[in-house]
Design a protein around this ligand. Sequence first.
Ligand code: HH2
Length: 301
Amino acid sequence: MFPARGLANAGPRLFCEPSAMHWQTTRYRIDLTRPRVMGIVNVTPDSFSDGGRYLAPSDAIARAESLVRDGADILDLGAESTRPGAVAPDTAEELSRLMPVLKAVLDLGVPVSVDTSNPEVMHAVLDAGADIVNDVRSLARPGALDMVARHPSAGLCLMHLRGEPATMQAVVPDYPDVVAEVRDFLRSRLDAALSAGIAPGRIVLDPGIGFAKTPAHNLSLLRRQRDLEVLGRPLLVGWSRKSTLGLLTGRPAAQRVAASVAAAVLAVHEGARIVRVHDVAETVDAVKLWTSAFGPHAGPG
Ligand code: HH2
């Protein structure tokens, strides 16, 4: 299980000069000195913004190929919608959605993340060569922590969530200080991962925009995003098409591109190293502007 993979497979795009800031994943050591764009592929019937569009493997693979052409640095495949009220697939269903797509997109030359909370699914996708486990439940399910810890190098994203996605917005979430709660939660999940033997360089952290949070909470997390830097790990942030942007603009999910791109750039400006997005081409262009002005090779003055 989990053959060790050399880093020689890594595509040149993600292999820049050595630097202090990297994300170790199964096949790739991702340089985070410039911000990275993670493109979303939802192999689901019910995702909040694109449910049903990529449920057929051929459609999901074509979507992944098009996101890579658009400049995605990382792909994130998900087979369970976290939309409130969504019905979770069982293990067999989640795997039958994921595996044909995963096997094909592993050849696209970019790291492939799988968005799952199910330890049996983690086992299967890591065995098949997935580079990253992205778990919105922060490896809370029994066996999940050990499953990732057993792998020698897979990357891991731990995200803040209170409760369960299906019911998280049923009561208005209430935090005395949302940023402090997110920070403390992520610190405790980071500690659990480190104690299980997962090397720190494999881990990135995510404040969980829209997960059991009001628009005001999400905006506080953007304004004070730098408070999370004390955790010492890179931040991955996902604002793409989320309902806070709908509330602010009055637009349905498919028309939130401009707000999503603006949120991604603001998150990068406040220190995010990876942004998880649906609209890759637009975000890549915007992040290029940010990188030219503020990135490691930006001019003086
Ligand atoms: N958001 C969603 C799903 N997974 N993972 C991380 N790390 N961060 C996020 O913000 C995040 C996530 C929800 O977005 P989407 O995948 O488009 O919708 P759905 O869960 O309905 O498939």
